[in-house]
Ligand binder design. Sequence first.
Ligand code: G3P
Ligand code: CA
Length: 240
Amino acid sequence: MSDLLIIGHRGAPTAAPENTLPSFLLAAQTGAQMIELDVHLSKDGRVVVIHDETLDRTTSGTGPVTACTLASLKKVDAGISFSAQFAGTRIPALEEVFTSLPRRIGLNIELKTNVVNYPGIEAKVLAIINRYRAQTRVIVSSFNWTSLSTLHRLEPQLRLGLLFNRLEPDLWVQAGLLNVFSLHPALTCTSSQLIWQAHSWGYKVFPWVVNDPGLVLKLKTAGVDGIITDCPQAIMQAMG
Ligand code: G3P
Ligand code: CA
């Protein structure tokens, strides 16, 4: 399994609250080599880590992330709705992820710009990556390919991941224009043909979300380069 990249989807969200530092640390401690996380902008323009555009599902707060400053986001509890054991867990700013995780752990930063437009988020994320000299351990992905194009203009060397849940007709054209590092297809879009074609262009393939160890083996045999999983610990244990 060592040549298959195990990417913890929102950390280790079956064992700790998604997109929080405890979840990222647990994923890293239990075998994930990379952590996938989601980012938005706060009202005061800080890059914050949370999946949804609103606070309601995963925190004690309500309303849009973009209506709250970082200081007010820090007042909501991002752990209590998962379990009392995680009460007091906070929404992290992206910088905290870099300061909290070992440098050996890669980061797949997903820009959540497909619902809310966050002007300038691409440059802010790039500035943070550069501040922590982290370009070689980061992949930035998004369903919003315009966001990826903005990043590519700002920093052509940055590793980009093309996220998709449908086989768009211009997939290969976009991948070429963006010189992407990797394709991140939904499992339903992942096939031997897609993997073969991606490899022929030099792109890695990281399907999501793969939680069944048996399926991980099949995908590995089919040639994927890694998998994005909710349960990195279980996958690592099952695979040995
Ligand atoms: O990066 C793959 C996956 O995270 C995309 O979907 O909704 O879990 O962010 P979602
Ligand atoms: Ca995501």
